[in-house]
Structures are given as C-alpha cells and as structure tokens.
Design a protein around this ligand. Structure first.
Ligand code: SF4
Length: 234
C-alpha cells in the first residue's frame, strides 16, 4: 500500500495536475469529493481532461441551491464525467425533520450539527469506507480553520488519508485557472456568494467579509460542518 509520506513527497515536487495523475496511477483506491466550489471545479476539470480513473462523488443533502444542481448537470455534460450523487438515509432525514422541524437547524447548534451529521457526515463515512485516499479541494486561504491543514493528513475520524492538493493555491491562482480553461462555476458567485453550501445555511457575503462568513452566519466563528473538523499532520 502507498505510504502517506510518499504521497506528500510527490505533492511537494509535482504540479497539481501531475500529482493527481501520480495518485491515479499509484493509489487506485483514491476518491474525490466535490461540492462544486471553484476549487472543486478545478480538480474535477483536471480529472476530466486527463481522463484520470479517480471516482468523483458529491453529497446531495437535499437542501442545495438550484444553481448548484444546475452546475452538477452542466459539469457532467461539459466534462463528459460521471459524478456519483450520494443521498442521505431517507428515514433518518424523515425523523430529523419530524422531530426538529424542517428548518430546526436555526434553533440550536446541536440541531444544526445533527442535521449536518445526517445529511453530510454519515453519507460521507459510508461512501469513503472502501477507499484509502480522499482528495479534497480545500485551500488554506478559505478559512482560519484551514490555515493549519497539511497537504497530506490522516483523518482520524474517517480513518483515511486526506489529500488537499490545492492547499497552497492563492485566490489569484484559482481565478487564473478558471479563466484560462473556461471552467464553469456556480452562478451564485456573481451574486456575492463565496463559499456555497446548503441554501438555508448560506448567504451572500458583504464587501470585506471573509469568504466563509456567509456559512451558518447566525452562529459563532466555527464555519465548518464537521466534514473537515480536525488536523492531524503526518
Ligand atoms: S448545512 Fe444546514 S441544511 Fe445543510 S446539512 Fe448542515 S444544517 Fe442541514
């Protein structure tokens, strides 16, 4: 089995596209999760144009923006790439909304975390189970919580190596790539939405606000749903 430090070494010396090609070749049990953010679109584009045998999936919480569903559809068609859509357990969702209310996540942090657990974390755990390596589009500039992440980490909650190949990309790097390759992005970005998650839990940001200020804006400063909670550097 490929070792974590081997992956780290490759990521240090190769370009992002080359690193993905290397992973596809040497770590067959790699999987990439997209939420259709700009960074995710870049990795999806690289996987598509290089025809890399990396499984791509997305978590459909059932509460996404219609614009995100449109981008899912467009991306699959334009990139000629299959993106597996993972849904939460319907009985758990049914129980959640009947106990806490359809928008119960606004009422307490515990309610919100329970909603994220059922709609995101449990489905993620299930899909990641057979894989050894999870590729994400995380960047350190996205939030304070992400500044201490490493390009290659051991995710002890999910029991998987997590690889963040775009970690040190700047905002300019991202925009340059999207423009150069005409990569489709969520139309909500033009309406002031920076980081886009579920519709009821995302708002547009104001000038000068941090990119993740529009996520769970009624809460404190955590701005994470629990998918990327910890940092364990190898
Ligand atoms: S982001 Fe909001 S709607 Fe989406 S799973 Fe979390 S609490 Fe539920």
């Amino acid at each position: 089995m490929i070792l974590q430090n081997q992956i780290e070494k490759q990521l240090e010396t190769l370009s992002t596209a080359e690193a993905l090609q290397w992973l596809a070749l040497h770590c067959k049990e790699s999987v990439f999760s997209t939420a259709f953010g700009e960074e995710d679109q870049i990795i999806t584009h690289m996987i598509a144009i290089h025809q890399l045998p990396i499984h791509v999936f997305t978590l459909d919480t059932g509460r996404l923006f219609n614009e995100t569903y449109e981008l899912l559809d467009l991306t699959q068609k334009q990139f000629k790439l299959k993106i597996e859509v993972i849904l939460p357990d319907s009985l758990q969702v049914q129980n959640l909304v009947n106990v806490y209310g359809i928008n119960g996540f606004y009422e307490s942090l515990a309610n919100r975390k329970e909603c994220c657990r059922i709609r995101k974390i449990e489905p993620l755990k299930k899909i990641l189970k057979p894989y050894k390596l999870w590729i994400t589009g995380l960047r350190s500039a996205q939030s304070e919580n992400r500044q201490n992440m490493a390009k290659v980490e051991w995710d002890e909650n999910l029991n998987i190596i997590k690889c963040n190949p775009l970690l040190d990309w700047s905002d300019e790097d991202v925009q340059e790539y999207l423009t150069q390759y005409k990569v489709p992005t969520n139309t909500l970005h033009k309406k002031g939405f920076a980081s886009i998650g579920c519709a009821p839990c995302t708002r547009a940001i104001l000038p000068g606000e941090h990119a993740r200020a529009g996520r769970w804006w009624w809460e404190g400063s955590a701005k994470e749903c629990g998918l990327h909670p910890t940092k364990v550097t190898i």
